[in-house]
Ligand binder design. Structure first.
Ligand SMILES: *Cc1c(COP(=O)(O)O)cnc(C)c1O
Length: 459
């Protein structure tokens, strides 16, 4: 034991080792010394536990380099999203367009006119550029941008109906993942929830009966992540707007995802469009920036000027406002919508959602030979039809036909599948698939850089 401890090299001599010089140059003396101390501690603990030296004892500089590399990796690692879910919340939802990426980079390098009006050098409003675009695209009078759609809902409620009753259909009291629940948001905003109707059927007369002197507004919530089917009835926005007008009450809609384009024109399932609700007379409509819109995380509120002014002046707006990176990315994303002809190519979300299945199949066929060669010993590979999802709660029932490469363990042990997914998670650019029916599935819908995947999986 004693002799094992005495074989541990001294930090001083390690620091003089020529093999350690690259790390010293790259990371500095303080960082390298800390690294070596931590290794010494680990080595001592290893000796105490196993009565042997750790296997990296033979090459300390190499181990130090390996550990440093690991520590310097970003916690936001790029991955291959082969889960089949296009807007994957845990993987960062929408991939931004090149235009948006360039716009963000540009606004970071120089000072920008964030709240500065160039025409008269006065203080401008930070949402103004994006507001103008949103009004052009949705027909709304004004717009307000906040951190995400959850913040948008909170701000609308807190600004328009503090201490008042808000009427919502029982069938629309949604929970979105991550603790966004309509009743809880109401409470946080200081509003009193008044549920009307039943889980499956709510009628106009239910809203009418619930309106009182203390009603602040009527609210519709798009049930984006579930569907109630069968004997159902919901009140359309236009009907609700007519009822609210009789009582001079505003109607607001939390649309969740929303889409600025008609998804059916791209052979995708229909999703409500903010401009339809604005045309129906809804006072405020909110939706996410990073769901079907394909932009940065943001909450977008469009609607009537007077109500948007109320939101802009509310103290919560200051706490929920977005920074210049978000505004730059959102503006560039919205500009793409001015040219619907090129949108499919330019907007990654739409490009991935609309990939024709036969192209995905051809891609699978191109990838198979190299992958089979690398994995054939342990796994039997095949190409299988599968279905992708849009994701982030959008259109939960709908599936998009796609193709996957599947890996079945030859030893028929589930443990080797787990070992494979584990190994792929530790790759420089991790590969994330899904396990189903005793196989690992790589849905290729979101794979654009084929060569990079081959390099990663066969290295
Ligand atoms: C997704 C969603 C939200 C939350 O939006 P975030 O942008 O994730 O904050 C709120 N309401 C509905 C109906 C949604 O679909």
């Amino acid at each position: 034991m004693k002799t094992l401890y005495s074989q541990l090299p001294a930090i001083d001599s390690l620091l003089r080792d020529p093999a350690l010089q690259p790390l010293l140059l790259q990371s500095g003396t303080a960082f390298t010394t800390r690294q070596l101390r931590a290794m010494q501690q680990d080595a001592r603990a290893h000796i105490q536990q196993h009565q042997t030296l750790p296997d990296w004892h033979l090459n300390w500089p190499q181990e130090a380099q390996r550990r440093a590399q690991q520590q310097q990796q970003s916690a936001l690692r790029p991955v291959f999203n082969l889960t089949g879910t296009v807007l994957h919340t845990n993987l960062g939802r929408a991939q931004l367009s090149e235009r948006a990426i360039e716009a963000v980079t540009a606004c970071l390098r120089q000072p920008v006119t964030l709240e500065y009006a160039l025409d008269d050098a006065s203080r401008g409003h930070r949402d103004r550029a994006v507001s103008a675009l949103l009004c052009e695209l949705t027909g709304a009078e004004a717009a307000c941008i906040v951190n995400n759609n959850a913040a948008a809902v909170l701000l609308m409620l807190a600004a328009l109906a503090p201490g008042r009753e808000v009427i919502v259909s029982r069938g629309e009291l949604v929970e979105i993942g991550g603790a966004f629940r309509i009743p809880d948001v109401m409470r946080q905003a200081g509003c009193q929830l008044v549920e009307v109707g039943t889980t499956n059927r709510t009628h106009l007369k239910d809203y009418r009966a619930a309106i009182s002197d203390n009603t602040g507004l009527l609210m519709k919530v798009h049930t984006s992540n579930y569907q109630i089917q069968g004997f159902t009835h919901a009140v359309a926005e236009a009907e609700l707007v007519a009822l609210a007008a009789e009582h001079q009450l505003p109607v607001i809609t939390d649309l969740g995802s929303g889409s600025l384009i008609d998804m059916t024109a791209f052979n995708l399932p229909a999703e409500p469009m903010p401009q339809q609700l604005i045309a129906a007379g809804v006072d405020l409509v909110s939706f996410s920036g990073d769901k079907l819109l394909g932009g940065p995380q943001a909450g977008i509120i469009v609607g009537k000027q007077a109500l948007i002014d109320q939101l802009q002046q509310h103290p919560l707006k200051r706490a929920l406002r977005v920074d210049k990176m978000t505004l730059a990315a959102l503006e560039a994303t919205l500009q793409l919508y001015r040219q619907p002809e090129t949108l499919r190519e330019a907007l990654p979300t739409l490009r991935l959602l609309t990939r024709p299945p036969h192209e995905i199949l051809q891609q699978a066929e191109r990838l198979m030979p190299a992958l089979e060669q690398a994995y054939d010993a342990e796994f039997s590979l095949s190409i299988a039809a599968c279905s992708s999802q849009i994701g982030s709660g959008s259109l939960p029932i709908e599936r998009l036909p796609s193709f996957a490469i599947t890996f079945s363990p030859r030893d028929s042990h589930g443990s080797s599948l787990d070992a494979l997914t584990q190994r792929w998670r530790t790759l420089p650019r991790p590969v994330i698939g899904r396990i189903q029916e005793g196989k690992l599935w790589l849905d290729l819908r979101c794979l654009e850089d084929e060569a990079a995947l081959i390099r990663t999986l066969t290295a």
